[in-house]
Design a protein around this ligand. Sequence first.
Ligand code: AMP
Ligand code: ZN
Length: 112
Amino acid sequence: MSCLFCKIVDGSIPSTAVYQDEFCYAFADLNPKAPVHVLVAPREHIGSLEETGEGDRALLGHLMWAAARIARDKGLAKGYRVVVNTGQDGGQSVDHLHVHLLGGRQLTWPPG
Ligand code: AMP
Ligand code: ZN
């Protein structure tokens, strides 16, 4: 198994845990783009949003719920952004589905 985020999920590569449960593991981004930058990844290996299907609907909802819960825990009452980079054009660099939670500063739009 060579997937970086699978290794982070199973603990063989260290990370700073932010939240975890049966379905997902959330950890601090190593190269944060905002004061709060957390990645929420499913424990199960799924390559990207493009690889999800009907059977992943509940898991996808769970990842969004977890991001919102972490945002509340982090006190991001002024707002935040959740992003799922997907594939080459989407700027995805790690091929294990993850939701970025970004907050703690005014974010600009549109992203590059
Ligand atoms: P993406 O470009 O959407 O695939 O996001 C991958 C994210 O993973 C980037 O924001 C990286 O900074 C982050 N990242 C890469 N390696 C690690 C690591 N070992 N621990 C935490 N975050 C990482
Ligand atoms: Zn993986």
